[in-house]
Design a protein around this ligand. Structure first.
Ligand code: BG6
Ligand code: MG
Length: 226
């Protein structure tokens, strides 16, 4: 039987949709450097660390920048990004998310955040969801980003639960891999084509009932546990 004690949520693309803000700020930087990238390329930056994103954009543009100059670039991008997120309000919480978090609280399930973003705690505060979270692990607290499971393992440890008693909600393929490799149940939030390796994929939280999700996961885990 599944014995779920905690749920850990990725932030960007699961709780709020900040991909557009990241895209705008990275594109501004890319343009200053004399290059550009598309919205489709931006999809590949989802779940990737700040520095990792810069390196990909430089690679796409065939640009070489000395290592010691990279921090100034990521700082500039982050300045523009922070200007955007400082204007965020509760209206930007994705549909159904707050209701779902409230239903977990009612059931006594612990709630964690496991994000690659160093801005994650600020965003959670801005949109007014802080009270729901028992722990927040952000990009500044880990040495290995997703797909390494460190973010979620630290999250489970901070909540005082075992990975096997934890469900992770993720919109990035790398994040789903991180959850699975960490020994947790992975629920993909988005498209089956991208997240097919998750234990289950949902389009979002709008019509998602925790009890129904648990039944589905239970059925899917049975063949594995027997
Ligand atoms: C992830 C986003 O959540 O956080 C990535 O999906 C982003 O696009 C990464 O690069 C790091 O974010 P930040 O806010 O620390 O630059
Ligand atoms: Mg994400």
């Amino acid at each position: 039987m599944l014995n779920i004690k905690a749920c850990i949520f990725d932030l960007d693309g699961v709780i709020v949709d900040t991909a557009g803000y990241h895209f705008k700020a990275w594109r501004r930087l890319a343009n200053e450097l004399g290059t550009d990238f598309t919205k489709e390329d931006n999809e590949k930056l989802k779940g990737v660390s700040r520095r990792g994103s810069l390196d990909l954009i430089l690679k796409w543009g065939n640009l070489t920048i000395p290592e010691e100059e990279k921090t100034a670039l990521t700082d500039r991008k982050n300045g523009w990004y922070v200007e955007q997120i400082n204007k965020m309000t509760a209206e930007e919480i994705l549909p159904g998310v707050e209701r779902f978090l409230a239903s977990l609280k009612e059931r006594g399930i612990k709630i964690g955040l496991g994000s690659a973003s160093r801005n994650a705690p600020n965003i959670i505060k801005r949109v007014g969801l802080e009270e729901y979270f028992d722990s927040m692990i952000d990009g500044g607290m880990v040495s290995k980003g997703k797909p390494d499971p460190e973010t979620f393992l630290k999250g489970a440890a901070a909540l005082g639960v075992l990975p096997a008693n934890t469900i992770v909600f993720e919109d990035a393929a790398k994040g789903v891999t991180a959850a699975i490799d960490g020994g947790m149940l992975a629920v993909g939030v988005g498209k089956e084509e991208v997240l097919g390796h998750a234990h289950f994929v949902v389009p979002g939280f709008e019509n998602l009932e925790y009890d129904v999700l648990l039944e589905i996961l239970q059925e899917r885990m049975l063949p594995i546990q027997n």
